[in-house]
Structures are given as structure tokens and as C-alpha cells.
Design a protein around this ligand. Structure first.
Ligand SMILES: NC(=O)c1ccc[n+]([C@@H]2O[C@H](COP(=O)([O-])OP(=O)(O)OC[C@H]3O[C@@H](n4cnc5c(N)ncnc54)[C@H](OP(=O)(O)O)[C@@H]3O)[C@@H](O)[C@H]2O)c1
Length: 194
């Protein structure tokens, strides 16, 4: 079985964006050292357009070959004309309202997203599945999450969009790795205690 990994950026107090989900206040922390880490270890988590603009289209996928995101997260790129934001992976978008995919490379998952994720996990592959967010989809898929990679930016914002839009539940994870960057960004990797 391969893993579903929620790879997500958040504030110290655990929010992935302001109340609307806007995470642009985090961008200034992507400095040279942190960008180098992303480019080396998680190049596939950068959008296809972003990679192209930086001349990085050729970077090989390191951790993931499949991505799933909620329709609201997909909309962020769609509004900028990106119909296939992660063309270098297989792309799934969870939505009950999108009747037709805006792009032949993007498959819409309208029913039983958890079952779809379990089927993807059962596939033979050396690379995993990137749960891109947002909060609502992560909350719905919490039971399926095997790994968390949390990029914590050194800011407190008081209120905002939570990492998981789900109800109260105590779910245990084991800390596997911590990376600290000079600008105060911390990346923690946790695996699910099953
Ligand atoms: N900080 C970060 O690293 C990060 C990463 C990703 C996203 N974000 C932010 O997160 C925000 C969006 O998050 P969000 O929580 O509002 O929304 P979301 O989880 O991205 O998308 C929610 C939508 O996904 C669909 N969906 C969710 N569960 C489903 C299910 N079980 N079956 C079928 N469809 C399902 C529904 O679409 P329909 O309404 O079409 O049915 C739902 O409205 C964006 O602003 C984005 O910028 C931040």
C-alpha cells in the first residue's frame, strides 16, 4: 500500500490561510534555502506553471506521482487559467458540483472520495499520493491520511482556515523528522499510528 500524505503550509497556530484560505502571507518565507529544499525534495508540489516560469519543468517527481485536491483549492489555479495545475502527476479533484472536468488530464471524483483514495493507495507504485488540501477535503479524508508533512511558517494569525475542517477527534501521529530553516520555517513529518 502506498501512502496518502497531507503536505501543507500553515501558521504556528495551525491555520492554512486566512478565513478565506488565502495563504499569500506565507510566500515571503520561501527564501533561497527553503526553496532549495522544496525544489530538491518536493519539486512535484510546485504548480506546473510555476515550474515552467522558473525553468524547472524537467524536475523528476521525488515523493508523489498522484495529487488530489478539493474543488475550492483547484479553483484558486483555475481562476488564473490553470486547468491542469499539476500536469506532471495524475490529477484528481473532488467535487459534487463540477459536472465536467475543465481539462482532460484532471479527473473529477464526485462520489466516495475515500474509496477512490483507497483504490489509488492499493496501486503498485514507488511514489505516493499528495493530498493538496484544502481544509474541507482534508477533514473528510482524515481517516485515510498516512503521513503529514507540515511546513510551519513563523507567524501567528489568530484565526483562519484550519488544517482539517473536521469535528473534534484525537488522532495520534508519530514524529519522524524535523527540519529547521534559518528563517524560522520548520518542516515536521509525522506518520499515522495505526
Ligand atoms: N496553506 C496551504 O498549503 C494550502 C493548500 C491547499 C489549499 N489551501 C487553501 O485552501 C482553500 C480551500 O480550502 P477549502 O477547505 O475551502 O476547500 P477544499 O477542501 O479545497 O474544497 C472543498 C470542495 O471540495 C469538494 N469536496 C470536498 N469533499 C468532497 C467529497 N467527499 N466528495 C466530493 N467532493 C468533495 C466540494 O466541492 P463542490 O462544492 O464542487 O462539491 C467542496 O466544496 C483555498 O483558499 C486554498 O488557497 C491552502
Amino acid at each position: 500500500m502506498r501512502k496518502l500524505t497531507y503536505f501543507i503550509a500553515c501558521s504556528i497556530d495551525g491555520f492554512i490561510g486566512d478565513e478565506s484560505g488565502d495563504a499569500s502571507f506565507m510566500y515571503p518565507f520561501v527564501d533561497e534555502e527553503f526553496f532549495d529544499f522544496l525544489k530538491t525534495e518536493y519539486p512535484e508540489t510546485m504548480s506546473t506553471d510555476g515550474r515552467r516560469a522558473l525553468g524547472l519543468d524537467d524536475l523528476e517527481n521525488q515523493k508523489f506521482d498522484t495529487v488530489i485536491q478539493g474543488r475550492a483549492s483547484y479553483d484558486v489555479g483555475l481562476r488564473e487559467g490553470m486547468t491542469s495545475p499539476y500536469a506532471h502527476m495524475r490529477e484528481y479533484v473532488a467535487s459534487r458540483t463540477l459536472k465536467e472536468s475543465p481539462d482532460p488530464h484532471v479527473e473529477i471524483v464526485a462520489e466516495d472520495v475515500a474509496a477512490k483514495v483507497r483504490a489509488l493507495k492499493a496501486e503498485e507504485s514507488g511514489l505516493g499520493i499528495y493530498l493538496c488540501g484544502g481544509s474541507v477535503l482534508a477533514g473528510e479524508l482524515l481517516d485515510e491520511v498516512d503521513e503529514l508533512v507540515i511546513k510551519t511558517y513563523p507567524v501567528v494569525i489568530g484565526t483562519g482556515m484550519p488544517m482539517f475542517g473536521s469535528g473534534f477527534a484525537v488522532e495520534e501521529f508519530t514524529l519522524d523528522d524535523v527540519r529547521v530553516f534559518k528563517n524560522g520555517v520548520v518542516v515536521r513529518t509525522y506518520s499515522r499510528k495505526r
